[in-house]
Write a protein that binds this ligand. Structure first.
Ligand SMILES: Nc1ncnc2c1ncn2[C@@H]1O[C@H](COP(=O)(O)OP(=O)(O)OP(=O)(O)O)[C@@H](O)[C@H]1O
Length: 274
C-alpha cells in the first residue's frame, strides 16, 4: 500500500477568532482537561444549536484508535451534527473536541480545514462528485488539492478504485455511472489520503440493499486493513451491528443520559470513555 506524506497535525493549537491569534504552548494545552491517551477523538459536553433548535445538548464521547463506532438514533437525533462537530466542520457553542490530544474546537477555520483535508475522510449519503471530472480525478481530489503530484495522485486513486472493485470507472464521468459506482468513488475519495478517521454519515442510505451491503463491506474491510478509525452514523440497527461499539443518540443527547438539569452530566460523565 502507498502511504502519502501528510503534514503532521501540530500538538500546539492556534486560537482562531477575532484577530486575537496566538500560539498556545504545550503546557497550556495540557493544563486543560486532558482527554484519555487511547482516544483518537474525544468530545466533552457538546452543545450545539442550529437555527435556534438544540441539535446537541451535552454529548460526550470518546472514540478509540482503530475502532468502528456506530452512532445510532432516529431521524433528527443529532447524529449528523455530532459528526460535523467531531470532524471540525462545525464548532459547538459549548464543549470541547480533541483529536490526538490536540484541541479542535479552538482552531481557526483555516486550520480546521487543513485538519479535515489531511487527517479526516468524509462520506455522506450522496456521492457529491464533481460532474466534469472522471472517476480517478474525483477520487484523487484530496491529494491534488494537497499538492501531491498528478502522477502520484493518479496512482493512489487507481489503487483505491481497484480495491473497491471499480477500477473500470477511472476514465468515466459520473453521469455515465450507476449510483453504487459513484458512491464507491466517493468512498475512494474519502480513503485516498489514508485518513486517521473516516466519518461516514448514512453512507448507504441512497443505495439498494445489496449495493449498500457491498459498500459497507468494502468500507469496513478497508478501514480495518488500513487501521482507519470509523465513526459511522446510521439509523439502521443491522448496519450498526457491523461496528465494534454503538453509541445511541436521542433528542441531541446520549440515549439514557440524564438531562443536565439533574446535575448528573458533568465532569464525571464526561470523563468516561464510551
Ligand atoms: N441546518 C440546520 N438548521 C436548523 N436545524 C437543523 C439543521 N440541521 C439539523 N437541524 C436540526 O437539528 C436536529 C438534529 O439534526 P441532525 O441532522 O443532526 O440529526 P440526525 O440524527 O443526523 O437526523 P437524520 O437521520 O435525519 O440526518 C434536528 O432537530 C434537525 O432538525
Amino acid at each position: 500500500m502507498t502511504h502519502w506524506p501528510v503534514p503532521s497535525f501540530p500538538r500546539t493549537a492556534e486560537h482562531g477568532g477575532n484577530g486575537g491569534r496566538r500560539i498556545r504552548s504545550d503546557i497550556e494545552v495540557y493544563a486543560m482537561v486532558a482527554p484519555p491517551d487511547n482516544d483518537v477523538l474525544w468530545a466533552r459536553s457538546l452543545h450545539c444549536a442550529l437555527d435556534g433548535s438544540d441539535a446537541l445538548s451535552g454529548v460526550s464521547l470518546g472514540v478509540r484508535e482503530g475502532e468502528i463506532l456506530a452512532l445510532t438514533g432516529p431521524r433528527g437525533s443529532g447524529k449528523t451534527t455530532l459528526l460535523r462537530c467531531l470532524s471540525g466542520q462545525l464548532v459547538p457553542q459549548q464543549g470541547e473536541v480533541w483529536f490526538n490530544s490536540s484541541p479542535v474546537h479552538t482552531l481557526g477555520r483555516a486550520q480546521r480545514e487543513r485538519l479535515r483535508r489531511d487527517r479526516f475522510g468524509w462520506i455522506g449519503p450522496e456521492p457529491g462528485l464533481v460532474p466534469e471530472l472522471t472517476g480517478w480525478e474525483n477520487a484523487a481530489l484530496p491529494l491534488l488539492l494537497s499538492g501531491v503530484s498528478h502522477r502520484a495522485a493518479r496512482t493512489a486513486a487507481g489503487e483505491w478504485l481497484d480495491r473497491l472493485d471499480i477500477g473500470d470507472t477511472a476514465r468515466t464521468r459520473p453521469h455515465a455511472l450507476t449510483l453504487s459506482q459513484r458512491q464507491r468513488i466517493a468512498l475512494a475519495r474519502a480513503l485516498v489520503t489514508t485518513p486517521s478517521v473516516l466519518f461516514a454519515d448514512e453512507p448507504t442510505a441512497a443505495l439498494h440493499r445489496a449495493d449498500g451491503a457491498l459498500v459497507l463491506r468494502t468500507l469496513t474491510a478497508a478501514a480495518r486493513s488500513h487501521g482507519i478509525t470509523v465513526v459511522l452514523a446510521t439509523h439502521d440497527e443491522g448496519i450498526a451491528a457491523l461496528a465494534d461499539r454503538t453509541v445511541a443518540l436521542l433528542d441531541g443527547r446520549r440515549a439514557g443520559t440524564v438531562p443536565p438539569s439533574s446535575g448528573a452530566e458533568g465532569v464525571t460523565a464526561c470523563s468516561l470513555s464510551v
